[in-house]
Design a protein around this ligand. Structure first.
Ligand code: SER
Length: 370
C-alpha cells in the first residue's frame, strides 16, 4: 500500500498514531463507483461547514486496479479483496473512517454460477466491512455511517400470475429470493440492522449504535457511461449500448418481461439523499426506490426509434428469464418519498431523450462513423 500524500485532517489513534479521517468506498471500480465518487467529491468540495484541510479523504478499495479517471477521484486507492482481513486491519490502523459505501459484490447472474463464492464475497465481505465499521466506531467513539446497495433481487414472486397481480410491492412482502445474490443481499440488510441496533447485545463493554446502517433496494440501473457485467437486469443497458455501437443484440428475456429500472444519476442521487438524511427522519434501514418499469419490448421500441438500424432479437434464456419473472414489476417507494424526499428524475422516455441518448451517441460517435 502506498503512503498517504494529501493534507486531510489527522487524529491520533488509541496507539498514538496519526490517522487520516476518511470516507471508504469498496468496489469503487464498478459501475456505481464511477458516479458515486464524483458525487462524493462534489459534496466534499461544497461542504462549507468544514475547512478544506479538515475534509475527509476519499479512499477506495477494489479487487482490480482502478481506471485512471476513477483513481484520480480518490485520495488513495488500494487493490485488494474485501475478504482479506489483513487489508482491512491496515485500513483500520491508517484511517479514521467516518462513512463507508460498500459497493463491492458479485451480481445475480454471476453469483448463480458460483453461489458459495458469492456468499463469501457478498455476505462474508459485508460482515467484514460492518465489523471494520464497528471497530472504527469503538476506536474513535463515533457512529460510522454505512451505505449498502441492496436490490430488487431480495424479492421472489412465486409465479408470473402472482407477479402481475401483485402491483407495487412494499419492503415487507415477498422477501423470498430465488437467487443466491438475492439471499446475500437480504442477509446483508439483516446484518446491517443488527450492527446498527443490536450488536453485542450482551457484552458489558458494549458500544451502542456503532453503525448507522442505510440501504436502498435498487432496481436495474442503466448507465450511459459504463456497461454492467454479471447482472440479470443487464438486458436493458446492453440493448441500448449494442444499438449505439452498431451491434446486433440478442435479448435473453421475453418481450413482455417487466422489472423496474432507473438511470445511474438517479441511483447516485438516491444514495446521496439517503446518506444525508437526518437519522431521526428514518423509520427503517432499508428502502425501495422506483422510477420507471418498462417491458423489454418498450425498451426495444425506444432503442429502434433512436437507432433505426438496430437489430434486436428476442432469444430468451430460460434460467435468466426465471430470475426476471421472480422480481417485481414495480416497487412501492412511498417510505423513501415520505422520509427522505426521494423523487425520481425520469420517465422511460426522458431517461432516453435527456440522459441516455445524448451521452451514448457521443460515446460511440467514433465507432459508428468508422
Ligand atoms: N442489477 C442487479 C442484477 O441484475 C440486481 O440488483 O444482478
Amino acid at each position: 500500500m502506498s503512503p498517504i500524500s494529501h493534507p486531510n485532517s489527522h487524529h491520533a489513534s488509541p496507539t498514538g498514531q496519526q490517522r487520516t479521517t476518511a470516507i471508504l468506498v469498496t468496489g469503487a471500480g464498478g459501475e456505481m463507483g464511477h458516479g458515486l465518487l464524483s458525487a462524493l467529491n462534489a459534496a466534499r468540495a461544497n461542504d462549507s461547514l468544514v475547512e478544506s484541510d479538515a475534509r475527509p479523504a476519499i479512499i477506495a478499495v477494489d479487487i482490480r486496479e482502478l481506471a485512471p479517471e476513477i483513481r484520480e477521484q480518490c485520495d488513495n486507492a488500494y487493490v485488494g479483496d474485501i475478504c482479506d482481513h489483513a487489508l482491512l486491519e491496515r485500513l483500520l490502523a491508517m484511517y479514521e473512517i467516518t462513512e463507508i459505501y460498500h459497493l463491492a459484490a458479485l451480481l445475480s447472474t454471476r453469483s448463480e454460477f458460483a453461489p458459495e463464492t458469492a456468499h463469501q464475497v457478498n455476505v462474508g465481505g459485508t460482515l467484514n466491512l460492518l465489523h471494520l465499521a464497528s471497530e472504527q466506531a469503538r476506536s474513535h467513539g463515533r457512529t460510522v455511517r454505512f451505505f449498502f446497495p441492496s436490490s430488487i433481487a431480495v424479492y421472489g414472486l412465486p409465479d408470473l400470475a402472482t407477479k402481475r397481480k401483485a402491483g407495487a410491492i412494499d419492503e415487507r412482502h415477498f422477501c423470498d429470493p430465488h437467487t443466491m445474490y438475492g439471499c446475500n443481499k437480504l442477509a446483508g440488510e439483516h446484518l446491517g440492522r443488527y450492527y446498527d441496533h443490536h450488536y453485542r447485545k450482551l457484552a458489558k463493554d458494549r458500544f451502542e449504535h456503532p453503525v448507522d446502517f442505510r440501504s436502498i433496494r435498487f432496481p436495474g440501473i442503466i448507465s450511459a457511461e459504463t456497461m454492467p457485467s454479471g447482472g440479470t437486469s443487464d438486458y436493458g443497458p446492453e440493448m441500448i449500448h449494442a444499438a449505439a455501437a452498431g451491434r446486433e443484440y440478442h435479448c435473453f428475456v421475453r418481450p413482455d418481461s417487466r422489472i423496474p429500472f432507473m438511470t445511474m444519476p438517479e441511483a447516485i442521487d438516491a444514495t446521496m439523499g439517503l446518506m444525508r438524511a437526518p437519522k431521526e427522519n428514518l423509520g427503517r434501514s432499508v428502502y425501495n426506490v422506483a422510477s420507471f418499469s418498462p417491458s423489454a419490448e418498450d425498451f426495444a421500441d425506444l432503442v429502434r426509434r433512436a437507432f433505426p438500424k438496430a437489430v434486436i432479437k428476442f432469444e430468451p434464456d430460460l434460467g435468466r428469464q426465471a430470475i426476471i419473472d421472480s422480481w417485481p414489476e414495480t416497487c412501492d417507494d412511498s417510505a423513501a418519498r415520505r422520509e427522505w424526499s426521494w423523487n425520481p428524475t425520469h420517465s422511460l422516455a426522458t431517461a432516453f431523450s435527456e440522459y441516455l441518448l445524448p451521452r451514448i451517441a457521443s460515446r460511440y460517435a467514433s465507432s459508428t462513423s468508422a
